[in-house]
Design a protein around this ligand. Sequence first.
Ligand SMILES: [Zn+2]
Length: 205
Amino acid sequence: MAQLKLRYYPDPVLKQKAKKITIVDGSVRKLAQDMLDTMYKSDGVGLAAPQIGVSKRLMVIDVSSEDEPAKPIVFINPEIIEQDGEMVGQEGCLSFPDVFFEVKRYSRVVVRFQNLKGQTLKLTAENNLLCRAIQHEIDHLDGQLFIEKAVSQLKCDLEMTKAGLIDGDADALSRELSQQSSQVAAATEGETIKLKSDKKEHILK
Ligand SMILES: [Zn+2]
C-alpha cells in the first residue's frame, strides 16, 4: 500500500491537459492502486492522476458509503459521450482542502473508458454522486478546476479566502454574501430589488 503526495492548488500540474495512456501495463495498474490507496486515506470519493503530479488520463472513483463494501472504479482515458440535464450540488476537491461550494453539472452522463485489462467499457450515471464525480475528475484531466464552475463566484471566493488559498477579506465577502442572499430572498418573494451598481456584477454572474 503506497500513499502518494497530493498536489494542492495552485500547483501548475493541475492546470495541464493530461496525456492519453497508450498501453495499459503493470505500471498503470500500480499507479491506479496507489491512487486508490491515497484516495481512501484522504477520505475522497475521486482522484485524478494530475492531483498526484502525473499528467496522464487516469482517474479513480469510489462512491460507496462507509458501511458498504468498497466499489472502486478505475477509468483509463475516460470520455463523456452523452450528457444532458442539470443538477446543482455541493462539491469539494482533495487539491483544495476545506473548500466547499455548489457546482452545476449535467444530471446524466455516459462515459466511455478503458479498464485495467485494457477493455473498453461504457457506464451511465444519472442524478447521483457518481455522475458528479465523473464530471469533476474528467475536468481534472483537462486541466479544469471546480473553482471555474462555481454557481456563486462570491461563495467560492469566500471559501478560498477562508482556506488561505487566495488573498481577500473574508469578513467583507461574508457580509456581501449575506446581503446577496437577502436580496435573492426578497426577489423570490416578488419584490423589486434595488442593487447598488458595484454589487450588480456578482448578482448577475
Ligand atoms: Zn478535484
